[in-house]
Design a binder for this molecule. Sequence first.
Ligand code: NOJ
Ligand code: CA
Length: 713
Amino acid sequence: MDKNKIIAAIIVIFIIALTFSENLSNNELSISSPNKTLKLNIYNENGLLSYSLDKNNKTIINPSLLGIETDQFKLISNLKISNIEKSSINQEWNQIWGEQKTIIDNHNEVKITLSSNDNNINMIVRFRLFNDGLGFRYEIPNSGEIKNYNIMDEITEFNFAQDSKSWWIPAYAYRRYEFLYANTLISEISRDKFSELVEYLHGDRIGPEAVQTPFTVQRDDGITIAIHEANLTNYSSMTLMADGTKNMKCDLIPWSDGIKVRVKNPLITPWRTIIVGDSPSELAMSTLTLNLNEPNKLKDTDWIKPGKYIGLWWEMIGTNQSTWGSGPNHGAKTDRVLEYIDFGSKYNFDGLLVEGWNTGWDENWCCTGEGESFGFYHPHPDFDHKKVSKYASEKGIRIVGHHETGTQIQNYESQMDSAFSYCQENGIRVVKTGYVNDGSQNIKRIDQDGNIHKEWHHGQYMVEHFRKVLETSAKYQVGIVVHEPIKDTGLRRTFPNMLSREGARGQEFNGFMPKDYNNKPNHTTIIPFTRLLSSPMDYTPGIFNLKDYRYHSPDNRTINTEHHIPSTIAKELALYVIIYAPVQMAADLPQNYEGHPAFQFILDVPVDWEKTHILNGEIGQYITTARKDINSDDWYLGSITNEDARDIEIKLSFLDPYKTYNATIYKDPSDGGWETKPEEIIIKELKGISYNQYYKIKLPKGGGQAIRFSPIN
Ligand code: NOJ
Ligand code: CA
């Protein structure tokens, strides 16, 4: 039997469809999640439609309004339900690559059809209730005579029942998603508060007070909730407007003319999602976002291969010894690239990222959307692409391409087909794209009449651009890793060439920011419960040279002592397990790896997993993750802490009870930690480990621990 038939054979689909023609009884309808821990209530009172959500018999979302306002009609008031259909699904599907092979899609659905007395347009609101949360979306299959319309507002509310602790980054701010997180009560959210607690937000306060999603809160009883969206297609991205209370409301990033969404008929909005767990670690195990996306659309996926890569990169962004642009310190020179190929091939890396290989870097490429236009199939004269490709292919490694657009969108779109076809010709299977622009509403769009408009990075214009790149790259069998992306909403299920993204503060901030401004030790203990809920991340872990690594400038090669990365080598290793990515970088310079005993962990750690368990975690404090390799019986574990030292005891019950393992442990010295001995690491073997044992992980301040468990029988 072929793979698909086996999958089909194990799929059990159970659908019950009931159709009612009358209204809700007592104006209220409830459904429960398959395991009964979540209850969704839907109300149709006084012509309004609203919902609330309970977890373990406690209300977590109070009644919250639903509705859509367009420039031609409104579906908010005088709403009357004409039909209700219920159905249930329980099925499994397999990922092409991921944190776990098999995903269970078990949900109860209720589909409500309604119309407003104000017009004759039918709207469907479709709710899906899973054990790990709720998704709902609006659908307008047919708007009758009205062919074109624009959404001016989406009414969706998220009225939290408790004013709880929340972790957030601001929307309508200059650096996209690249901020450290604020931790405040929901009612305290504002850009002024962010300026006070995290980073001073300069510039005008344009746009409302709002936060990006995933937006995570934890209640006093431990229940942890994240609001996000799934399958962001033909729409603008949702942020959450804060009004100084515990209530939040959907806020769609507008086009420059104020329209929120230019509708492409029929309207199907992204899913609005409320992910719920009894604890942060349960929340982080959610598969709801993927379940609310469409199945894989690519016919052939054999060419999509997870892998690890090195890069001619840290020497620009981290050590500051080379430049992207022309000149004596230009990094991407043919001979230097060949040396990297030798190193990568010696250690069986799948890819080598080369930045600065093309034209366009010489005039103010950063960070205003202006400057010289990049050429995406135009190698710099220092870089002999043919020679490099030939050598790479002989050595069994692929070049990872790089398309920094500087947000000159039209320049990129006009070259896109040729650019990806050029990749295919040169054996490039993964491209890292980039959208650096540090203005707020500053992405240039030139309309048909040649007028210039400035768009937001997260509005519909950019959502559609990112989709074009994803679809075009797939055509040429190229996977993409997007820096300065639109947030992920689970599209990797539909387009498995959507490999990874940045979309948060990554390691690069440790590279170029002095110590008072780089990522704090707690940052990597926050993102697993916020940003990483949405997708893989190209964080670029693996820096071994954590102190005294950066020069003042490429021409002044004296050490700038202002830089010290708040991590340890053991923590850098643990990040390979904690931060999931199907293409994972070993970010440091080859000479910092060569001969280093801890490098072995980077060489061993897989990027595609059969199973994942998040064993424990508190947001902003610590997390421990265990994953099983998809290609062997090995298990890997990563545990990290914030600025506090702590001991964490874990049960090894995730291991196979019928096997005995040897464990290779990579840990900080007990008197170590990010400040004192960041570059010291202890590597120890433990023999004869089994699933019923307990193990105590000792983490010094800002430290971590990484373990490989290999079965001996
Ligand atoms: C910002 C990206 O995050 C970084 O990885 C890249 O090197 C620079 N832009 C240049 O494209
Ligand atoms: Ca970036």
